[in-house]
Design a binder for this molecule. Structure first.
Ligand SMILES: [Zn+2]
Length: 322
């Protein structure tokens, strides 16, 4: 039984059982979605382990660009990392995978048709039974009007299932992003955004209300407000939480007092995800194990979270059917 396999894996500290149980990863930046071991194997170069803590997002970026990126750069490097992300999904039995891609990465792969063929090839090769949901992502500092104009080219194909904005919070008002989210609505995408990672509960609530988000990437700032947590719980807005990312970037103190516990205690629906496996070096089964060992959440709570991640949220099913 798949259910007991996962519970047993946690309780017995049996990584094999955790790897074998079906899991989701719904907050995954594709170009950093492979493991360090994958890049080591492909390049023959061995990397130092990441530090326990980075100096914020900037420190993380600096570490990545100086330590890892020089060995897997350009189009070839990105394709290698994409391939590794699908290999990881196969290795870790990730049966529902949402991975995000930027427009410039699609162009780097030769445009939408070539990109799709390449990605579908990796999907078929490494994890054909995985439900794969590509996400189109824009950085918060992007030229929004230009982005909104060029979105149709990517969305008309029906390949993308969700939209995201990432790359730093509070760099401009939420209203500025309306053209992107209006278009996403027209194509019936799941609407997500990185918010409440460094930002506040109020930021999370305003972003959800204004942009009509279906889900939030991170959202841990919501734990600072009972009202916001009730609002998220009542409206079934899921938070796609990434514990190691939060701890290593200093947005959470430690695993044992990670805000996910407060969120769960207040009825907020969460999922557990990797964010950037290549940087944080913590694969999905390890994220569950870290929270279990720190006694942040019980095995039963983690099992409930695992099962939730395997299906789209309430009201999202129709978006997937068309
Ligand atoms: Zn992220």
């Amino acid at each position: 039984m798949a259910n007991s396999l996962f519970l047993e894996g946690l309780i017995e500290n049996d990584r094999g059982k955790l790897l074998a149980a079906p899991k989701s990863d719904l907050h995954n930046h594709s170009t950093k979605g492979c493991s360090l071991a994958w890049v080591e194997e492909r390049t023959g170069h061995s990397f130092p382990m990441p530090p326990a803590r980075f100096d914020g997002l900037e420190g993380m970026q600096k570490w990545f660009t100086s330590t890892v990126k020089p060995f897997c750069t350009g189009c070839e490097g990105i394709v290698m990392r994409w391939e590794g992300a699908f290999a990881e999904a196969g290795r870790n039995n990730i049966t529902r995978l949402a991975m995000n891609f930027g427009a410039e990465e699609i162009e780097l792969a030769g445009g939408m048709a070539d990109f799709r063929e390449l990605i579908e090839g990796f999907h078929t090769r490494y994890c054909p039974d995985t439900v794969f949901e590509p996400e189109l992502t824009y950085i918060s500092k992007c030229d929004i009007d230009a982005a909104a104009d060029s979105m149709d080219e990517y969305l008309q194909t029906g390949y993308f299932k969700s939209i995201d904005v990432c790359g730093g919070e509070n760099v401009r008002p939420f209203e500025d992003f309306l053209p992107l989210y209006r278009k996403a609505e027209r194509y019936r995408l799941i609407k997500r955004m990185h918010v409440g990672e460094s930002g506040t509960a109020d930021d999370v609530r305003r972003a959800v209300e204004l942009l009509e988000l279906d889900e939030v990437h991170h959202g841990i700032g919501a734990a600072g407000s009972k009202d916001t947590m009730r609002f998220l719980a009542d409206n079934h807005i899921r938070l796609n939480v990434c514990p190691s990312s939060n701890v290593m970037l200093g947005y959470a103190g430690d695993y044992k007092d990670h805000p996910i516990r407060t969120l769960v205690d207040n009825g907020v629906e969460v999922t557990i995800n990797t964010d950037d496996l290549l940087i944080f070096n913590s694969s999905i089964e390890n994220e569950y194990l870290l929270l279990y060992r720190a006694e942040t959440l019980t095995a039963e709570q983690l099992e409930e979270i695992r099962l939730r991640g395997l299906s789209p949220g309430p009201g999202k099913d129709d978006k997937h059917e068309e």
